[in-house]
Design a protein around this ligand. Structure first.
Ligand SMILES: *[C@@H]1O[C@H](CO)[C@@H](O)[C@H](O)[C@H]1NC(C)=O
Length: 486
């Protein structure tokens, strides 16, 4: 364990306590710690230097409040990316008296990726020294320290947490980097052992595990995969090219955005949770993306659902538990999730795949008409469950309309005019309110649905009585004080 100041020396892997000597050696710290202000969120105006207590006062560090450390990731330009001041400003908007410290490790972060990735160990050490020093110096409670790390910065936060004996109260991993970390040991990556509570947003996990920009596997107490975690809405090539076309040369910078759009969405989802708390996105625990997309995972029982971002309930779920949600393509990102369950009757045997449909929701607050979706399979006398989302808060659902569109291919059944099904009941469960409502025909037993015909109209028949209590409990949890946020 000698000679620990040599950058090329491997870390003493056995260090688990903060009483080790290395942690008070500030001579080899290369990272800088800038206490930004709400007034100037985009510039480093004052550095807090470990070992120099006078810098704490000079920077007007607030002793009475919590401290956020924002840790950036790999950078091509060697400069802070534009999200940094946005996140700083959003943190101050939400917690005006907080200390928002930006960790500057730009020099080490602008090397070849594998080199920068290897530097996370040393930067994590720097951060561990900084938080340990400032905590000792000011006798700050550890509960007041929250690290937010993006991409490689998430692993920096994890390593720092590991070296401080996981005393840090919270680490938020914003799409932790995948390459070289997917199969790495937990001391080298963000892991649930690194803080009292570790929450992670995975937003760009496309490709094979070795190629994915964001890490695929769960690395926190709660791992959330917005839109499946692979790729984010609004980040497609068309949108980016549109930006280039309309903005000319300036739009060319958006090429960079094309690569980073889904990766960086993790940060903007977090900013959204800071700024738009009244439009809180909810995530739901689920075993697979496929099951989630069938609407099968909208339960909130036993902490199966949670808020995402800043306001998350600190639930330490079983390791490896994944949570999912859908989002809009821009802020505020919140959508409302519904499971729709429907049984299709028909006299003659019918079987369809990929059927285009439109559904309209009418509620006590508002309406959303013609939400398009594709029903993967429609067979006679079988029940189908699917996920439906809308960005409009319609309130309590009262009326639902379902339209079966003609698809491009004219099939034989269309020819004979027999693409007809009958629906007795439509069951809709709301993820956001936890209510379960049964809909049926206004008159008669069935609603008839004809391909290419008129929309079937369903009215609310009754609310599931059992769901009332759950709904109330859920309301208390999400809005009341039943659930303490720590
Ligand atoms: C579907 O069920 C109904 C009622 O049980 C029955 O009359 C009908 O023949 C069934 N259709 C098919 C295709 O099996």
């Amino acid at each position: 364990t000698a000679n620990t100041t040599e950058p090329s020396t491997a870390l003493p892997s056995t260090i688990t306590t903060t009483t080790a000597e290395w942690i008070t050696d500030y001579t080899d710290i290369l990272s800088r710690f800038s206490l930004r202000t709400a007034e100037v969120p985009d510039d480093d105006t004052c550095y807090i230097v470990p070992g120099r207590p006078e810098t704490i006062a000079k920077c007007n560090f607030n002793l009475e409040t919590q401290t956020f450390l924002v840790i950036h990731g790999w950078t091509v330009t060697g400069m802070f990316e534009s999200w940094v001041p946005k996140l700083v400003a959003a943190l101050y908007e939400r917690e005006p008296s907080a200390n928002v410290v930006v960790v500057d490790w730009l020099t080490r972060a602008s090397q070849h990726y594998p080199t920068s990735a290897a530097f996370t160990k040393l930067v994590g050490r720097d951060v561990a020294k900084f938080v340990t020093w400032i905590q000792n110096e000011l006798r700050l409670p550890w509960e007041r320290i929250h690290l937010l790390g993006y991409s490689l910065g998430a692993h920096v936060a994890g390593i720092a947490g590991d070296l401080t004996d996981h005393k840090i109260s919270r680490i938020t991993g914003l799409d932790p980097a995948g390459p070289t970390f997917e199969h790495a040991d937990k001391q080298d990556t963000l892991s649930p052992d690194d803080a009292q509570f570790v929450d992670v947003l995975h937003t760009n996990t496309r490709g094979s595990p070795d190629r994915s920009i964001g890490i695929k596997r769960p690395v926190g107490h709660i791992d959330i995969y917005p839109n499946g975690g692979t790729f984010q809405p609004g980040c497609d090539i068309q949108n980016t090219l549109l930006g280039i076309a309309s903005e000319g040369i300036k739009g060319l910078q958006n090429m960079d955005q094309l690569v980073k759009c889904s990766h960086e969405r993790s940060i903007h989802l977090f900013i959204d949770s800071l700024l738009n708390a009244e439009q809180q996105s909810m995530a739901y625990r689920c075993n697979s993306k496929e099951a989630f997309n069938k609407g099968l995972c909208l339960s909130c029982r036993k902490n199966r659902c949670n808020k995402i971002g800043y306001n998350i309930n600190h639930v330490r779920t079983a390791r490896g538990a994944k949570m999912y949600l859908k989002t809009r393509e821009m802020m505020p990102y919140k959508v409302f999730h519904y499971q729709v369950k429907v049984h299709f009757f028909s006299e003659s045997a019918q079987s369809f795949t990929e059927q285009p449909m439109k559904i309209s929701l009418y509620g006590t607050n508002g309406e959303k008409e013609d939400i398009p979706f594709v029903l993967p399979v429609l067979n006679s006398n079988t029940t189908v469950s699917f996920l439906l989302t809308t960005d409009v808060d319609v309130g309590d659902l009262m009326i639902v309309k379902l339209l079966w569109e003609k698809d491009a291919i004219l099939s034989w059944s269309d020819w004979w005019g027999s693409s007809r099904v009958h629906i007795r009941k439509l069951r809709i469960k709301s993820g956001e309110t936890q209510s379960k409502v049964i809909f049926g025909a206004k008159d008669g037993e069935f609603v008839h649905l004809v391909r290419g015909g008129e929309a079937g109209v369903f009215v609310k028949l009754k609310e599931d009585q059992l769901s009332r209590k759950e709904k109330l409990m859920h309301k208390l949890k999400t809005q009341g004080s039943l659930f303490k946020n720590d």
